[in-house]
Design a protein around this ligand. Structure first.
Ligand SMILES: [Zn+2]
Length: 383
């Protein structure tokens, strides 16, 4: 017999900020899409019913900043094991590769994994390869910055490429090349009508100067770092130009791995009414001694810092789908892509750290239960 639904998640607490919805609902999926969100879907009309009573049901989560060029070069994370396993159905690679190694990433990773992937192309020809493998800054030698090749790469891959990545840092552009690099990135983004994602930690340029290059929709990543030129002034207050940049649409993204997101700076920003727009991981292949949390752990940190639960979910669903310009993602509105994250909000005593010597004790944390991708329950290929 034909069923109305391929899968129904039954009795969970649906949290879908895009619809302003938080209520106990059944969610039905059909042909890869969300087909219904209703108070009661009879089990008999579904091919598979999963009881998720007492769990949270969110749209499939989106990680706006990770490094997933797995096996293209060392230390890049395998997307499926670090994304789908924890409810992340869509992941964005933040400039791991440049125009010269993008095609390998596309063919051997993006095209082969179950995770839905998008990417920023690094302004440097080889992306982060030189830094990660040899400690050589991305754009120490400015001959590696190739605007025309980057433009062509973006144009030829617009289905998966969102724009251009540039890292303002001693390990990125270096101080000498910061201005020429961000000017070139601006030109690349403008000529391709795409976005710019800018790494602002350890930037040789003050934030207000950096914001001068950014348009609405561009992404300032590692925005709550604790280094020089951070969002706080000497008195610990969020700088006025920071508020203005967020208000005019610059996306504030946390990208919290290693030491890139300070707990005290994040706490001050949240308390002063400047929460992040998106929470992301900066996920790499885990290495010992390095803070490298998954997205649920980063969400748990911001929940403990006082961001309401609905807003935490908003930052990894509809805010992130807005940031990547894909309105069919990040919501459970019927007709949307059929991705969902079923989560448990665990209570207990949990500890988090930021890699800068700051730690946080939390009484709640998000834990994964199951992931729905394209309307079907996702199961790892390795199980
Ligand atoms: Zn990164």
């Amino acid at each position: 017999m034909a069923f109305d639904y391929d899968l129904v998640l039954k009795g969970g607490e649906v949290v879908d900020p895009a619809q302003g919805l938080r209520a106990v609902r059944d969610v039905g999926f059909k042909d890869g899409l969300v087909a219904a969100v209703e108070a009661d879907i009879p089990p008999a009309v579904a091919a598979e019913v999963v009881d998720v009573a007492g769990k949270l049901v969110a749209p499939g989560l989106i990680d706006l900043h990770g490094h997933f060029a797995h096996r293209i070069y060392p230390y890049r994370a395998d997307p499926d094991s670090y994304c789908l396993a924890v409810g992340v159905t869509t992941a964005v690679d933040a400039g791991s590769v440049g125009w010269a190694n993008f095609q390998a990433f596309r063919d051997y990773v993006i095209g082969r994994v179950d995770t839905r992937m998008y990417a920023f192309v690094h302004l440097s020809t080889l992306g982060l390869t030189t830094l990660t493998t040899m400690g050589i800054p991305d754009l120490e030698d400015f001959r590696w910055a190739r605007a025309e090749e980057a433009i062509r790469c973006i144009q030829e891959n617009r289905d998966v490429v969102l724009g251009v990545k540039v890292r303002l840092s001693p390990t990125g552009t270096t101080a000498a090349n910061a201005v020429p690099a961000i000017e070139m990135a601006r030109r690349v983004a403008d000529e391709t009508d795409s976005k710019m994602m800018v790494h602002v930690m350890e930037s040789p340029l003050p934030l207000d100067q950096v914001f001068g290059y950014l348009k609405a929709g561009d992404i300032a990543t590692h925005i709550f770092h604790g280094d020089v030129h951070n969002v706080l002034d000497e008195a610990g207050q969020v700088r006025q130009h920071v508020r203005e940049a967020q208000q005019r649409g610059v996306v504030f993204d946390t990208a919290g791995a290693m030491r890139h997101c300070s707990i005290p700076v994040s706490r001050a920003a949240v308390e002063q009414g400047v929460p992040p727009d998106t929470i992301s991981t900066d996920r790499n292949q885990p290495r010992s001694g390095m803070v490298n949390y998954d997205l649920l752990e980063h969400m748990s940190i911001f929940l403990e810092l006082g961001v309401p639960l609905d807003d935490v979910i908003r930052m990894v669903t509809v805010n992130a789908s807005d940031a990547i310009g894909r309105e069919e993602l990040g919501t459970l509105r019927p007709g949307s892509i059929g991705d969902a994250a079923v989560l448990e909000l665990e209570e207990g005593e949990f500890g988090f750290e930021d890699g800068l010597g700051n730690s946080l004790r939390a009484s709640r944390r998000f834990a994964p239960v199951l992931t729905v991708k394209d309307g079907a329950r996702w199961r790892p290929r390795w199980s």
